[in-house]
Design a protein around this ligand. Structure first.
Ligand code: ADP
Length: 772
């Protein structure tokens, strides 16, 4: 009896043809058929007489099956051999036992290997013809070597590669591939040893449906399946059904069992004539398979198959350890990368720099395609990521749909947001950590859609095979079917990766909180390290205040008396005396101005800042209004290219800062057309040379086209009473203005500095914390 296409024999059909829709229910354990390279005899457990025999006994043993039924094994073997078999029976279970026999009564090919097992209330005798009947010696050196390399493999994948190589070296198959099953039961070729001229299957994926449920169940029971020639014509049993149970016997443990025609078709489509499959089982679950393929028929001896099965069991036993090792290694990698990243973040003025400017970067923490930092209006991309516009949209989506999630993750963004399909090539999988304080600031890791990284070597329309109008499984179809199940999805994130992302978020929050607290403490004059300094500064401020306040009184007297002298006694003095008195008046005036400056500066130190959200545009507008006569007088153009921010600061002090800097900008300027620009320094590409964490500080500037300042004075001009010019030049001054401005800026937690060259104008920069 033969079958073609999808048609199974009536015995196995149970009334209907098997196709892809119902192959999950195909009763593959009771096909009632065997492969023709051997013979099968089913014996009654009690009588030890043949109940069923395969139809090919006439060809292989010279005795028709009908003639064997009802007789014992004595028909085939000498009494000593029969005794040996009889002696074995009591200890035989469903696990096969091999016996090399010479069947003297079989004329042409007398040597057989008999494989005995007990199952379904039957004693099974399967015979495989061989050249001689010696059971080849257990090849210990080969086994030793194979075991050694399996044990020393450091990763699961390496062990799989070693297993593929060992099995191929032992058996000589064209190709040995190791498949691993995903949680959804789809499979992937993870290791391979293949004849050089054949295309690789490495990385191929196929859907769970390629291996029907009941085949999986069978693979768990039966560690090894072997098909010597996929073009075989199956041999039925005679009689087809067990006379007592009235059904075909359960061939779960039969080595000759005929396989599903769908599977045979699949093998044809793969171009495979002989196959051997070894189960890889971990914790009672099918982890994967070692599959061997050959382009021509191939009879692998039972002993060799046994050896391969042993290797499969060894790999299975080692799987847990190797996978634990893999996990540990990855966990260690994450931990080490994290630690180094944290060190970098900790030592950088701007923590963002620590995340991407050095090695390792954020990208190195996980197995991922890309990473991005969206922070303070900047977007930093590492590896393969969506473009900035798409990242902005992603941030907007997260703000709307996951506003409360500090750590958001998905392996299929497109399933949550259909618009996400546009970025599935880079960002099907996303971990997003929201940085504290500002909702639109995120750090991302991305994984591409699985399909983007997958190849299917047999991706060729020709592989589609139609038989009786039915399209059969083929590599191409497998790929398409698998594609449907994984479309828009990335390799899922592991719990340890999510946990690590959470740690990174916490660490960054901590770093930022520390900076924030330091700033606040500084603003309150309470910085732990500077407490002593602040205290002595306070004392100095108080001293300056008391001294200048007390000095003011007698000085005023000196000044007034000098004036009286001038008014009342000018005519009694000569010109020289009058001039000296005039100098005395001028000097006392100057001294008064100096004391006033001192008072002012001590006041800045002593008074608490009145912090409040302040629109700097408004502050500046008031200052410009106040200075407008001066602005007109000096023919100055004041420009503010972009609106200034609203910051939490003291508006009165801020207006003094602007007032001072603007006054100086007009004062130290000899141009006919004076120009002053006030604005916020652009972030990203700094035009200023001082490193500033722009995520924490706003950088403002006042720029003029005046006389400029030599770099050697860039520090000293901020010292109190330091002037670069003689008293009569540039309208005079006490030299306290910049010292006062500096003190006010620092009181807010910011910094003040200048960038300038003589003749090139000057730009004064000052920073104000954003978080205050
Ligand atoms: P004052 O203006 O009273 O002299 P300041 O403390 O405001 O005191 O300035 C200190 C010195 O810095 C000034 O004497 C001047 O030489 C220099 N300076 C300040 N602002 C400018 C500017 N915009 N351009 C050039 N030089 C400046």
């Amino acid at each position: 009896m033969a079958y073609s296409g999808v048609k199974l024999s009536d015995e196995t059909l149970v009334g209907q043809p098997i196709d892809l829709n119902n192959c999950d229910r195909e009763p593959i354990h009771i096909p009632g058929l065997i492969q023709p390279y051997g013979f099968l005899l089913c014996l009654d457990e009690q009588t030890r007489q043949v109940v069923m025999a395969s139809a090919n006994t006439k060809d292989l043993l010279g005795i028709a099956p009908e003639d064997l039924v009802g007789t014992g094994l004595g028909r085939l073997m000498e009494p000593e051999q029969l005794l040996e078999v009889e002696r074995l029976w009591p200890s035989i279970t469903e696990q096969g036992r091999l016996l090399g026999v010479r069947l003297e009564r079989v004329l042409n090919r007398p040597y057989f290997k008999l494989i005995l097992h007990r199952y379904d209330d039957l004693l099974w005798v399967e015979g495989e013809p061989v050249a001689d009947n010696s059971v080849s010696a257990f090849d210990l050196p080969t086994l030793n070597l194979a075991m050694g390399s399996l044990l020393s493999a450091t990763t699961t994948l390496e062990m799989c590669r070693v297993a593929a190589t060992q099995v191929r070296a032992l058996t000589g198959f064209d190709r040995v591939a190791v498949y691993r099953f995903a949680p959804d039961d789809s499979g992937e070729v993870v290791a391979e040893d293949v004849r050089e001229d054949l295309p690789t299957w490495l990385g191929m994926h196929y859907p769970a449906t390629d291996i029907p449920k009941q085949a999986r169940a069978m693979y768990l029971k039966n560690w090894l399946r072997f098909i010597a020639d996929a073009s075989y014509v199956p041999v039925p049993l005679v009689p087809a059904k067990h006379p007592v149970t009235n059904r075909p016997p359960d061939m779960t443990y039969s080595v000759l069992r005929s396989v599903s025609p769908i599977h045979i078709q699949y093998l044809h489509n793969l171009g495979s004539q002989a196959t051997m499959t070894i189960s890889l089982i971990e914790d009672g679950k099918l982890w994967g398979m070692i599959t061997c393929h050959h382009q021509s028929p191939r009879l692998v001896s039972y002993e060799l198959r046994d050896l391969c099965q042993f290797l499969g069991k060894t790999v299975s036993a080692l799987l847990k350890t190797k996978q634990q090792y893999d996990e540990l290694a990855y966990r260690q990698h994450i931990a080490q990368t994290q630690t180094r990243l944290f060190e970098q973040v900790g030592t950088q003025l701007n923590f963002v720099d620590g995340l991407y400017r050095f090695t390792p970067t954020l990208l190195d923490v996980f197995d991922c395609g890309g990473a991005a930092i969206c922070f303070d209006g900047d977007i930093i991309q590492l590896g393969h990521t969506p473009n900035p516009e798409q990242l902005t949209e992603l941030v907007a989506w997260l703000r709307e749909f996951a506003p409360d999630e500090e750590v958001f993750y998905t392996d299929s963004y497109a399933q949550l947001n259909p618009a996400g399909r546009a970025i599935r090539g880079t960002a099907s999988g996303i971990i997003a950590i929201r940085l504290a304080q500002a909702p639109s600031e995120y750090i991302f890791w991305f994984r591409p859609e699985q399909l983007q990284t997958v190849t299917w070597a047999g991706r060729n329309e020709k592989n589609q095979t139609t038989v009786d109008g039915q399209i059969f499984l083929s590599p191409r179809q497998s790929f398409e079917a698998w594609k449907e199940t994984v479309e828009d999805t990335a390799v899922p994130w592991q719990p340890m990766e999510i946990a690590a992302a959470r740690d990174i978020r916490l660490f960054i929050s901590d770093v930022r909180l520390k900076i924030f607290n330091e700033l606040q403490a500084r603003a309150r004059g309470l910085t732990a390290l500077n407490i002593e300094l602040e205290r002595s500064n306070d004392e100095l401020d108080s001293f300056a205040y008391v001294a200048s306040h007390d000095l003011k009184e007698p000085l005023r007297g000196i000044h007034n008396y000098s004036l009286f002298l001038l008014e009342d006694y000018a005519d009694k003095l000569d010109a020289d005396g009058v001039s000296k008195l005039q100098t005395l008046v001028r000097l006392s005036q100057r001294m008064e101005a100096l004391i006033e400056s001192l008072l002012q500066i001590s006041r800045v130190g002593r008074q608490e800042l009145q912090l409040q959200p302040t629109d700097l545009n408004q502050v500046l507008a008031e200052v410009l209004d106040l200075l407008s006569p001066r602005i007109q007088e000096t023919n100055t153009t004041v420009e503010v290219p972009a609106p200034l921010p609203t910051l939490r600061c003291d508006p009165v002090r801020m207006s003094e800062v602007f007032n001072n800097l603007l006054t100086n900008a007009m004062k130290y300027n000899t141009k006919a057309a004076r120009y002053v620009e006030i604005g916020v320094a652009p972030t990203g590409q700094p035009t200023y040379h001082r490193p500033v964490d722009t995520s924490l500080f706003e950088v403002l500037y006042v720029k003029d086209n005046g006389i400029g300042i030599d770099s050697k004075h860039h520090e000293s001009i901020f010292r109190i009473f330091k002037r670069l010019h003689s008293q009569d030049k540039y309208g005079g001054g006490t030299g306290a203005g910049l010292a006062i401005v500096k003190k006010m800026v620092e009181k807010h937690g910011g910094e003040l500095w200048v960038e300038s060259e003589p003749g090139q104008g000057a730009t004064f920069y000052f920073t104000v914390p954003k978080l205050l």
